[in-house]
Design a protein around this ligand. Sequence first.
Ligand SMILES: [Zn+2]
Ligand SMILES: [Zn+2]
Length: 270
Amino acid sequence: MVRMTFLGTGGGRFATIYQARATGGIYLEDGKNLHIDPGPGALVRMRSVGIDPLKTDAILISHCHPDHYLDAEILIEAMTEGGTRKQGVLLASQSVIEGNGDFGPAISKYHLAKPRVVKVMHAFNKIGLKPLEISATPSAHSDTSGIGFKIQSSQGVISYVADTQLVEQVIKAHKHSRVVVACVTRPLGQRIPHHLSTEDAGYLMEKIKPELAVITHFGMRVIQENPETQAKWIEERSGVKTIAARDFMMVELKKEGAVVTDRIRQTPEK
Ligand SMILES: [Zn+2]
Ligand SMILES: [Zn+2]
């Protein structure tokens, strides 16, 4: 079984600044524990649902905007048991690790020396992380080295379409995914460059036809216009079951299908 916990569903500048939704990224469990895009508050959100940050095997970062990377250094310290063990994997865009034009680097040299593997991921690069396999997918974003991810899991392929404009390459790269998680920053009728709007997500899902679409990373205007309304529009347009993610929502993917619940808040282990 694959389990995804949404430690945040906000994104873009103002939803992040005001914490209109949490911005802690996604924690995925399937033999290994991955943390995708640990934005501001990721550690705080992990604590509120009782996820132990030390139980992190890999950190995946799509690009060098703070709503996607801000808590990464502390999470590297957690993954490496306070920096005492050379373990864990960091997979990130070139901007995050080396810098790309005005963007990054986002991780200090000190922290880059801690994990067992640090790898700059360009589109179509692949890495095995048994039992998972992770591929980087193309993006067309203001950080030109930005990527998305495709995770070959025990339950088929899970796609994470990070911040990007809708281009043919992105659609193609995510074909054959069972679940597509997409960052939708803008609502219907309010498209801006470099990001997915509700219309874009509708077109994307119609072309990919996954079993389940999950939209997340809501900008302030999506929140004002109601994410559920955007999800319903995408579902009607694409014919794909579409869910607007909620903070602390959990998607459990089994052979028979996906079960969506809210992660019960537990007492933190430490
Ligand atoms: Zn973003
Ligand atoms: Zn961005």
